[in-house]
Write a protein that binds this ligand. Structure first.
Ligand code: NAP
Ligand code: GDD
Length: 351
């Protein structure tokens, strides 16, 4: 018999890849989407059409993580076997500007869902989108499930609450709740104000004359970047285990923002040379002498997470999960997709 899954954050990057995965496995898929003045369904429009064509269940319901009533109504109606909680105010820099909203959605929002399950006796398997940002200013590297949390932003603090309340409901009430401590994962569907997509889209726009320069913050920030398509598979694997647990999901390889720019620039047929330092630093194309990258203090954060790189040995051993795409493949995929999108005048990248 087909299982039923509900995805919060279904319109986001991960929600779109998880939709495809679950539909391919025969699930009835439901998602919550919030009401916005313009529709934010670009990532899932094609998935929806395909589901319709094949007569598969792929239903969207209006709700908001800040509105317990709307969540309750939908959960009681859908009665899902699995819930993937991906909805969040997911931008770290924005969380410094909107800490209260970020906490309401990312922290209290998780509790709202858990309370619906508990008070109505709904026996779901629950996935919580926890984050490597929990490690924040970590004092050891690489990080795994035993590394102490040291969150360095309101976003990370809100996600620490989410992590802890899932663990608490698991211990106190025997709820099947898993935390995926996912390191950064990207794709051509990544939001345009996260650094990888900002770089690939910016370089493509410069290449085709729609933008002058790419303005960025800390070029030496180090992250462990993987492919979103691989990471949603880890989410699903967690919920298939009899025993709920928490897992780090990562590639184990660290790269700087600077590395990412250099590789993406090559795909756009530029050769970056760095000149100057700090906020005066620029990235110049060796052949044409054109300035492609400048540094702007505006994109620095009040506090940065340190060298984030994960050890996913537990996920490998217990879930049989391994990433299929390396850093080079990821940059190539994103840079190529954006060059094509900008060249063809499209707004949504379909990959
Ligand atoms: P994303 O593309 O920004 O998607 C976030 C989703 O949450 C969107 O569907 C958004 O809806 C929805 N949302 C935001 N506020 C909401 C609210 N108040 N009520 C209902 N829905 C709301 O993020 P992502 O990259 O897919 O990440 C998915 C989850 O994984 C997030 O929880 C994120 O914090 C976490 N995470 C991500 C990464 C990563 O590297 N991608 C790593 C670790 C953890 P709209 O489309 O209407 O904006
Ligand atoms: N966004 C952005 N914009 N980041 C920049 C820029 C810029 O112009 N310039 C440099 N950076 C640096 C940031 O300071 C950060 O160190 C790094 O690039 C990555 O930034 P983001 O792509 O915004 O991602 P993040 O690491 O802060 O957060 C993402 O990954 C987390 C998992 O570790 C988000 O997806 C979070 O939701 C997720 O939890």
């Amino acid at each position: 018999m087909s299982r039923t899954a509900l995805i919060t954050g279904i319109t986001g990057q991960d929600g779109s890849y998880l939709s495809e995965l679950l539909l391919s496995k025969g699930y009835h898929v439901h998602g919550i989407a919030r009401r916005t003045s313009t529709l934010s369904r670009g990532r899932i429009e094609r998935i929806r059409e395909e589901a319709q064509r094949r007569a598969l269940t792929y239903d969207l319901h209006y709700a908001d993580m800040s509105d317990a009533g709307s969540l309750t109504r939908i959960l009681l109606k859908v009665r899902p076997d699995e819930v993937y909680n991906l909805a969040a105010q997911a931008h770290v820099a924005v969380s410094f500007e909107q800490p209260e909203y970020t906490t309401d959605v990312n922290a209290v929002g998780v509790l709202r869902l858990l309370e619906v399950f508990r008070t109505n006796g709904i026996p779901v398997r629950f996935y919580q989108a926890s984050s490597s940002e929990l490690f924040g200013a970590a004092d050891s590297s690489p990080q795994d499930e035993t590394t102490a949390f040291n969150p360095a932003s309101p976003y990370a603090v809100s996600k620490q609450f989410g992590f802890s309340i899932v663990k608490n409901y698991r211990d106190a009430y025997g709820m099947h709740g898993c935390n995926g401590i996912l390191f950064n994962h990207e794709s051509p569907r990544r939001g345009e104000n996260f650094v990888t997509r900002k770089i690939t889209l910016g370089l493509a726009r410069i290449r085709y004359g729609f933008q002058e320069v790419l303005s960025l913050g800390n070029l030496d920030a180090t992250r462990d970047w993987g492919y979103a398509g691989d990471y949603v598979d880890a989410m699903w694997r967690m919920l298939q285990c009899e025993m709920a647990d928490d897992y780090v999901v990562a590639t184990g390889k660290a790269h700087t923002v600077r590395d990412f720019i250099e590789k993406a620039a090559r795909v756009a047929e530029y050769e970056i040379e760095w000149r100057g330092e700090g906020v005066g630093e620029t990235g110049v194309d060796r052949k044409s002498g054109k300035t492609l990258v400048s540094v702007n203090e505006r994109y620095y954060r009040p506090l940065e997470s340190t060298r984030l790189v994960g050890n996913a040995a537990k996920a490998r051993q217990h879930l049989g999960w391994v990433p299929t795409m390396d850093f080079e493949g990821l940059v190539q995929l994103m840079a190529t997709a954006d060059l094509r999108t900008v060249r063809d005048g499209g707004s949504v990248t379909e990959v």
